[in-house]
Write a protein that binds this ligand. Sequence first.
Ligand SMILES: Nc1ncnc2c1ncn2[C@@H]1O[C@H](COP(=O)(O)OP(=O)(O)OP(=O)(O)O)[C@@H](O)[C@H]1O
Ligand SMILES: N[C@@H](CCO)C(=O)O
Length: 308
Amino acid sequence: MNEVKIFSPATVANVSCGFDVLGFCLDSVGDDMVIRKTDKKGIFITKIEGYDLPFEAEKNVAGVSALAMYEDAKPDFGFEIEIYKKIKPGSGVGSSSASAAGSVFGMNVLLGYPYNNTQLSYFAMKGEALASQSEHADNIAPALFGGFTLVKSVSPLEILEIPTPNNLYATIIHPQIEIKTSEARAILPKEVALKDAISQWANVGSLIHGLYTSNYGLIERSLHDAIVEPHRSKLIPLYQDVKTAAKAAGALGSGISGSGPSIFSLCEGIDTAKKVEQAIRKVYANSDIAFDTYVSKINAEGMKIQNN
Ligand SMILES: Nc1ncnc2c1ncn2[C@@H]1O[C@H](COP(=O)(O)OP(=O)(O)OP(=O)(O)O)[C@@H](O)[C@H]1O
Ligand SMILES: N[C@@H](CCO)C(=O)O
């Protein structure tokens, strides 16, 4: 095979209590990418559609992750990358991760699958670091593995797959303002109070238990963030109003998606997810901020090959 077309999904990182460690994969939104072998050695980004992003491999997250893998694999040919970007950069649903993970996923297919998903996550993390100025894999892991993932450690990289309850849906609202991950990280405190840390790790443990046992009530009681949300929520207009409206419409809970500005709500059942969508649309409809919304099943598969 000389060319592979892929769907590279959007993802939600943090999931309220799991800053930098938890994430899940979305089904209804993602980028398309084409990766092709070339006779000329090296990594070449030859097409970018949708958003204005750098073509130089060293300045594009897709190129940085591809170069990291290329230097390890040392093939006697090169790769051309085309990016059809649908996920707005800086939207909080893993735009940079979709590109960073997509390029290495496609290259791995063309190389005959020498790397497993954890090794691919390692290369993708190098690309993600260009965007956020820190190595974290909470968007990359769900994009590559699908479903919910927990990044137990980045060094050495260890990723756990968490089962997804069948009837769990996500509703996303994306206010059209840009928040750069690097800036949203810079405002976070360097130290946290012990009482907040206790509440946070209790919630991470109980959320994982709720996901394993499809206990929606426990998932609901675990979707809290004592550490990051108090700081970042100030960057998102109408954030508390969205949370309140989503809860009143039946959501299990809501939180900042990644570093924002998107806000996710987890819901039991598609009907509730759609009701939540209508409710949160009303919050922003009364403002002068443009927004879009969507409902997505949790994508258990992650990246998809689209070749016939
Ligand atoms: N291929 C790419 N796709 C998206 N962003 C890229 C790419 N290459 C470089 N970038 C840069 O990365 C930044 C966007 O990444 P950032 O992590 O801030 O947003 P995000 O991925 O949407 O957010 P989050 O990680 O919170 O979900 C922008 O500055 C953008 O120019
Ligand atoms: N865990 C990361 C996700 C965004 O890349 C953050 O919240 O900064």
